[in-house]
Ligand binder design. Structure first.
Ligand code: GUN
Length: 290
């Protein structure tokens, strides 16, 4: 078994992004600027946004956080999105999800200018992705593609099984893995909560991408020898023995599954850091597009 080390790969990509930023700057270009809107105080969202901001600093990118109380109205949030759309210094921005229940994710996502939608969540950008036109790819699927490339994982003709159909991960990665390119050219099966005989399907996977948010859902009896596993899940469980007060769990029961897998991402340190560098790459692209 070989570990797909997202932390190490992300660090390598960050150096490349930093070099590219220096090249742009040395030619008199603008320093890219990523803004993140964070609504409320959810521990996980605060951690993710802080990690994104820290990553910007590491590569020499400007960043800013717009913090809003969880009592903010939908109208106020939409006004902030409009302000960021018009702010010429901001090349790209994200609104961290999930949002409080009284705010529509859909309305907020659709209000973001597609040119600044570095999360790749706007319907126009999703449409472009589906048509294989150049666009911002959603960060987590993009991160998985980069791991596949960096580890030279064969994808052509393979059976790729995706577990979970979210619009952020499952649905776009299923599309990307079926593209006529590398990574791609897989036969893809997209499974979800209503799938019957899931185990029969996962057992036939050459590549298994799990993104359903259920800790340790995939067990060793559900996979075959040699499978390549991408574990997108990241669930926090209270753990007093940890300094942070919690322990992180993936959607895959790592110990058992890693004994059968040829490649597997750990949690943490697998897909997570790759998501962050993908966002940096998209922001660089947004800045260059100007
Ligand atoms: N919440 C979980 N993943 C993401 C992501 O990639 N982007 C945003 N904006 N929110 C998220």
């Amino acid at each position: 078994m070989q570990l797909l080390d997202g932390k190490k790969t992300a660090a390598e990509i960050k150096i490349e992004v930093a070099e590219e930023i220096q090249r742009v700057k040395s030619k008199g270009g603008k320093t890219p600027h990523l803004a993140a809107v964070l609504v409320g105080n959810s521990g996980a969202s605060v951690t993710y946004v802080n990690a994104k901001i820290t990553a910007c600093e590491t590569v020499g990118m400007h960043s800013s956080i717009v913090r809003m109380n969880d009592t903010v109205t939908e109208k106020e949030l939409l006004e902030e999105v409009d302000r960021l759309n018009k702010d010429n210094d901001v090349d790209g921005f994200i609104v961290q999800l999930p949002l409080p229940k009284h705010i529509s994710d859909k309305k907020v996502t659709e209000a973001i200018s597609p040119d600044k939608d570095v999360d790749g969540f706007h319907p126009w950008n999703i449409g472009k992705m589906m048509l294989n036109l150049p666009t911002f790819l959603p960060a987590t699927p993009y991160g998985i593609l980069q791991l596949i490339e960096r580890y030279n994982i064969e994808t052509t003709g393979k059976h790729c099984v995706v577990v979970g159909r979210s619009s952020i991960v499952g649905s776009p990665i299923a599309n990307l893995m079926s593209r006529n390119s590398y990574p791609g050219n897989c036969t893809v099966t997209l499974t979800h909560s209503r799938t019957v005989n899931l185990k029969e399907i996962t057992l036939s996977a050459d590549i298994l991408i799990v993104a359903l948010g259920k800790p340790e859902f995939i067990t060793a009896d559900m996979v075959s020898e040699g499978v390549v596993v991408f574990d997108v899940g990241i669930t926090r469980k209270a753990d007093k023995t940890k300094k942070s007060g919690y322990k992180l769990f993936g959607d895959v029961e790592f110990k058992g599954v890693s004994e059968k897998a040829s490649f597997i991402t750990p949690v943490p340190g697998g897909v997570g850091p790759m998501t962050i560098v993908s966002l940096l790459k998209n922001t660089l692209l947004a800045a260059k597009g100007k």
